[in-house]
Write a protein that binds this ligand. Sequence first.
Ligand SMILES: Nc1ncnc2c1ncn2[C@@H]1O[C@H](COP(=O)(O)OP(=O)(O)OP(=O)(O)O)[C@@H](O)[C@H]1O
Length: 765
Amino acid sequence: MANITVFCRFRPLSSKEKRDNGDSVCIRSMDSETFVFKDEKEEEFAFSFDKVFYEESLQADVYEFLALPIVRGAVNAVNGTIITYGQTGAGKTYSMEGPSILEFDDLKKGLLPRVVDGLFECIKSADKSDKYRIKLSMVEIYMEKVRDLLDLTKDNILIKESKVQGILLSGVTEICISDPADALQSLSSGIANRAVGETQMNMASSRSHCIYIFTVQSVLSDKRVKTGKLILVDLAGSEKVEKTGAEGKVLEEAKTINKSLSVLGNVINALTCGPTTKASHIPYRDSKLTRILQDALGGNSRTALLCCCSPSPLNAAETLSTLRFGARAKHIKTSPFVNRAQDKLAKKHEDVAPTKDELCERILIRLRERLDVEDVELLEELFILEGILFDPSSFEDLESAYEDVTLRTISSLQQAVEELVFTIEELKSENRALKARMEAAERFNALHKEAGENASVMRKISNILSFFISWGKLQSTTTRTWVNQVDAMDLPFLNAYLESVGLPNFREGCNFAAAGSKILPATAGSVSPFSLGIQVNQFFRFKARVLECWLKVCKKLGKYLPAEDYFEKGLYMFDIGQNDLAGAFYSQTFDQIVASIPNILVEFEAGIKRLHDQGARNFWIHNTGPLGCLTQNVAKFGADPSKLDEFGCGQYVDSNVTYVDIYTIKSNLISNYSRYGFEQPIMACCGYGGPPLNYDSRIGCGQTKVLNGTTVSVKACNDSTEYVNWDGIHYTEAANQYISSQILTGKYSDPPFSDKMPFLLNLKF
Ligand SMILES: Nc1ncnc2c1ncn2[C@@H]1O[C@H](COP(=O)(O)OP(=O)(O)OP(=O)(O)O)[C@@H](O)[C@H]1O
């Protein structure tokens, strides 16, 4: 048995104490172990401790007298504990850490950095064939919860008791430290996590009890394994709340601190009440602090207590209380012994057969020496889960296990709530997207409604005759682009001039459009031979044949043909020129294309003029769409190169020419696609290659080819209503519906057709 060694340290008077009470002190030194203390009533008490450190004492002396023997003991597998105790602001943290844990001034360095140096020095001077490993854990007891300072996620560490290892912190982080610098770095980051606050007594007051645990494991040359544990405890200061000005959170902290210190006092009283006191009567379990200090105060540990005091008469009451605490603690006896796992095992074998728990713990100790801490902890958890180890036998254990389960449940519930919040957010944003689509659909409907009247006007015009001189795949099932646009405008479907076999009906108009056609005359490389000039010729031929028929008083065929005057009253619609421009980019330079525009316009004007000469008076002319936005061109050229909206139309004073700004409509559609319910502005619906363009110039929509040795068929996307672009070149049906609805609003016609063609409104057919 060994007594706890108790030391007393008086810090220098603080500047506040000096200001308030001058240089007077409440102690008179007798020698290095004894002094006389004078209380507020001038009553004197003599106190003796193992050593007294007065105001001028050195940090190095404190280490040497108090800590060094314990450090040496820990390296030799004797557990040790060093506790700093005292009133707030009395110098506990200064003694433990120094002004800072990373203090380099050797005069000021505290116990902790010196302990670290001491441990490594002892190891260095030990037998070279012995192998050592030092591990560090750091926890604080804050508001009666044990928090891991090396892993703040572990904020409620459970205290457990093992028959072999004594008091344990279950699952606490243990890091291996390889040298003093490494240790100081870890200590410094752990200390930074401590709960510190400001009180009137101390600018940086510790609001928690801080516990540093060094475990020194050694495997000796004879294979014996030893483990020594060195625990340093920097207690939070006892405080009179009225003196510290505590309120709110600080007051709550102070109450918890004072309560656990008072339990510490009770434990010490119980321990020193006489030899008859049984361990079971010591109220260790009344606070986390005393439970953790159970071994240090009454078990396998060599323990030193440093009572830190202010020498000022202003703090005499608190100092007296600290000194009495120390004096009582001096009577505590502990029973430190060398922790030799193998010796113990051998002895146990000689005695009685070990219990199940003891066997498991031995296995764990062995494994801890050989395996990673985490692996052993997992195994330990398994033992506990299986009920092999640490059965919660006492009420307190049950309570703490219950607390643990409750906390875990709360944290998993919190996680579930977080997941729910996330899902709600996702649903909300989906909802917002759906709403936007609905709004777009409503706007779309409104536009259609608005366009309704105009559509009926269009119907009247179209009933005269509509001539389409355009490009687009006639009758094609895949790309009925232009035809669809017309369809969506509620105009009659017009049969193609080139598909006149089988008595098609041209009564309401004729479509001269041909896929791939251009304004300029076709060349050997042209996709289509049907340039604008040819289409106009075809129109002339058509008109001549119709008139010829009427001249002969059409009988049988009359019901398939437009009336004679339709050629003058009819609407001549144009959507042509895109192939002249876009197509040219594949074989010509930008300058060459720009240079060709006057030619294209001359040719276009010539076509219009010829029609005009033939009596056409109502012209509806589209400009090209934003060519640079066509997937095909983006794929080929990358960016929008087109500033070619100079496309003009003929000036015929006696004619009604409506310029329809398809460019703006299409640009608007592409840039605000989501407003109109689309999801893909550029990517082709029917194409090959996948995002971002789904376009491959080697293979077009509907084609099947062998590419890189594989047979590939290009099919349409699942839902073309999400796409603006159909096949990389043409717009989808849904896009054309939108375009038509915009045309019919009249906003993009110049001049607005309803203003400029009033005569059409009065036409009766
Ligand atoms: N021996 C000493 N020499 C010089 N200054 C000291 C000494 N002891 C304490 N101090 C100074 O006194 C002040 C209070 O000390 P410290 O923070 O260590 O008190 P504490 O007991 O840990 O207080 P708390 O319980 O509030 O955390 C600090 O500014 C510290 O630097």
